[in-house]
Design a protein around this ligand. Structure first.
Ligand code: NAG
Ligand code: NAG
Ligand code: NAG
Length: 258
């Protein structure tokens, strides 16, 4: 069977409330974005069913950043999409004290990255909405090799080498060696005002969309990385009542160019 068919149906089954641990655990709450997501998924199921006689294609040359990313620098000429990943993890913050006079400071993030390249190539609207759904899935453990509900494959791990150096390690097993992108933030823009604010759309808002450049030490062809379609991740405005360090749940799409 066409893997896209399986993927789209499994997304739909879980969102619609078919029996599954995710739904039984009530990870999903009903919300406008889920309802919108489900109506699109239903539409795609029809499309994909019609197309499933033909072999699936995954043409990365068709992949473009979401239109709203136009406030970020465009991908430099000659660079092509290598992978698109959905990331699920936490943004980490620190507070010098727990008063309203202090603001949380970002100290990095940790996330598992899942291969969503072929969704981005075939279903741009689904990839844009994916983080808003994925943020409601339980945090993967470091060894989770697939992401429910669509069982996307683990592509790599995102973490920070120091507080200003995001790393994307795409070497996950001895067979899956896709290199390591070490990067620096070059530009950012506020997430669009309709971005999902956190789990069940409650929280302090979505982290900024970013343009990162690969720096020395990078292994592989990686040149630029975009973080877009963010959901959650923002800290409260002040440190009032917060612990010295804390984490905020987030999800985002990462586009790797090279
Ligand atoms: C961020 O938080 C996660 C989860 O608590 C932790 O595993 C990770 O080491 C933290 N990273 C940083 C840079 O604080
Ligand atoms: C991502 O998934 C697609 C479709 O299954 C596959 O063709 C591609 O090789 C995968 N990429 C990586 C880096 O595993
Ligand atoms: C990266 O390495 C090259 C070659 O060693 C060097 O010329 C360049 O200055 C380095 N760039 C940075 C940003 O460190």
């Amino acid at each position: 069977m066409n893997y896209l068919f399986v993927l789209v149906v499994s997304l739909a089954a879980n969102v619609a409330g078919a029996p599954s641990n995710i739904v039984r655990n009530n990870v999903y709450g009903y919300s406008a974005e889920l309802s919108e997501f489900y109506s699109r998924v239903s539409h795609y199921i029809g499309e994909v069913r019609q197309a499933s006689a033909v072999s699936p294609t995954c043409d990365t040359s068709k992949i473009t950043l979401p239109a709203q990313a136009s406030e970020l620098p465009a991908p430099p000429a000659g660079q092509k999409v290598l992978h698109v990943a959905v990331g699920r993890g936490t943004q980490n913050y620190t507070c010098a004290d727990s008063t309203a006079n202090t603001e949380p400071a970002a100290i990095g993030a940790v996330a598992s990255l899942y291969n969503a390249t072929c969704i981005a190539a075939n279903y741009p609207a689904l990839i844009s909405m994916a983080p808003g759904v994925v943020i409601n899935i339980a945090l993967p453990t470091k060894s989770s090799s697939t992401l429910p509900p669509a069982n996307l494959d683990l592509l790599g791990h995102h973490f920070f080498e120091d507080s200003t150096t995001p790393v994307f390690n795409l070497d996950t097993t001895s067979e899956r060696q896709y290199g390591i992108a070490i990067s620096k933030k070059k530009a950012s823009m506020n997430a669009p005002s309709n971005a999902v604010k956190g789990q069940h759309n409650a929280g302090n808002g979505a982290v900024a969309w970013l343009y990162l450049e690969a720096v020395n030490g990078t292994v592989g062809d990686y040149k630029s990385i975009y973080r877009v379609n963010t959901a959650g991740g923002n800290p409260p405005a002040t440190c009032e009542g917060m612990d010295k360090t804390f984490t905020v749940q987030y999800s985002a799409d990462y586009y790797f160019y090279g």
